[in-house]
Design a protein around this ligand. Structure first.
Ligand SMILES: Cc1cc2nc3c(=O)[nH]c(=O)nc-3n(C[C@H](O)[C@H](O)[C@H](O)COP(=O)(O)O)c2cc1C
Length: 326
């Protein structure tokens, strides 16, 4: 019998969104991006919130903050509360927002990517990564790419938002925020974290993803976010990141051997390490920036290569941004 009622065809695209944030910054950014997808009845959005069984503190104590570095750097996954995923879902797109911890993906994200269920869900799927961090994300994205490759997923886009404050100021404002919860600017320093305008402006990525999905472009015509100024690479940080990653690796190995997270055996080594870390930040980062400024004419080609490499796949150009201004 024809009742005259048109049956809704139901969603035609299914999107999985991963969520973890300590201060709510990354969640606010993610919400901006996925709002246009959630508002469209043709797209079904499933949000998977990651919950570490042993929660990471916020604000962090000085010791717990440092104590998170060996596992972060060596990508040792913490246990997660059971996921809502079953493993047999068939998503059209996965949106993977993450924050950087010690030049690596944050531990809950690493745990997700190493989770057997996630690996089943991710196999063969297109993934959009969204990074919100202080400003050093190059090494973390390399590591994340290797985790995605291990899971058989395809990285099709990468959006990066970094704290807009001057580089050296962020070495003070970010730890202050993380260790005290205080985000506002002080003594002439800028506020820590992203600005509201940066977060609001990220809606354009959601609008472009919606358009791409509804035109089935995620399958064989990515990236979906080219021309939207998704990534700005500061290639001058590459050298500091490489050196930092190497030191995190060596010290991290020592600390992993010394004891479990939170154990007293780590305390003396961490005290030694923090002295080394502060020395590195106050000497290595400015020295490396100064040397690069002096050598810039000779390094231009090399820096451009690094820039082009890390801008992939979404790029820094902005020619399509105006289309998605609303
Ligand atoms: C333990 C820890 C280590 C961090 N290390 C880095 C880092 O290496 N590079 C960076 O740019 N930001 C780093 N950050 C800042 C975070 O990426 C992020 O901007 C901040 O923690 C806010 O994220 P949220 O959304 O989880 O609140 C670190 C934060 C934490 C808590």
């Amino acid at each position: 019998m024809n009742t005259g009622i048109l049956k809704s065809p139901g969603p035609i695209k299914k999107v999985l969104v991963i969520q973890y944030s300590q201060t709510g910054q990354l969640t606010a950014l993610t919400e901006q991006i996925i709002a246009p997808l959630k508002a469209d009845p043709r797209i079904a959005v499933q949000v998977e919130a990651l919950v570490p069984l042993k929660p990471f503190p916020f604000p962090w104590s000085f010791f717990s903050f440092l104590d998170a570095f060996p596992e972060s750097a060596h990508m040792v996954p913490p246990a997660l509360a059971p996921l809502s995923l079953k493993g047999d879902e068939d998503f059209d797109l996965v949106i993977l927002p993450y924050q950087v911890w010690f030049l690596a993906p944050s531990q809950p994200i690493t745990a997700f990517l190493k989770h057997p269920l996630a690996q089943r869900v991710l196999r063969g799927k297109p993934v959009v990564t969204v990074i919100a961090c202080r400003n050093m994300w190059l090494s973390a994205q390399e590591k994340l790419k290797s985790l995605l490759a291990g899971a058989g997923a395809r990285l099709i886009d990468n959006v990066v938002l970094t704290d807009p404050g001057p580089l050296l100021a962020t070495f003070i404002t970010t730890p202050r925020w993380l260790l005290s919860g205080k985000k506002a600017g002080f003594w002439g320093m800028p506020a820590a974290g992203l600005t509201d305008a940066q977060i609001r402006g990220s809606r354009r990525y959601g609008l472009a993803l919606r358009e791409g999905l509804l035109n089935h472009r995620e399958k064989d015509n990515p990236p979906l976010l080219a021309g939207l100024g998704a990534v700005q690479v500061d290639p001058r940080l590459y050298f500091s990141e490489k050196t930092g990653t190497r030191s995190f690796f060596v010290w991290g190995k020592l600390l992993l051997a010394a004891g479990q997270p939170g154990s007293w055996q780590r305390v003396p080594l961490l005290a030694l390490y923090v002295a080394f870390l502060i020395m590195m930040i106050v000497t290595l980062v400015p020295t490396s920036l100064a040397v690069q400024a002096l050598l810039r004419p000779f390094m231009r080609q090399w820096l451009s290569k690094i820039e082009a490499q890390f801008e992939q796949p979404s790029g820094s150009s902005t020619e399509r941004s105006h289309i998605y201004e609303d």
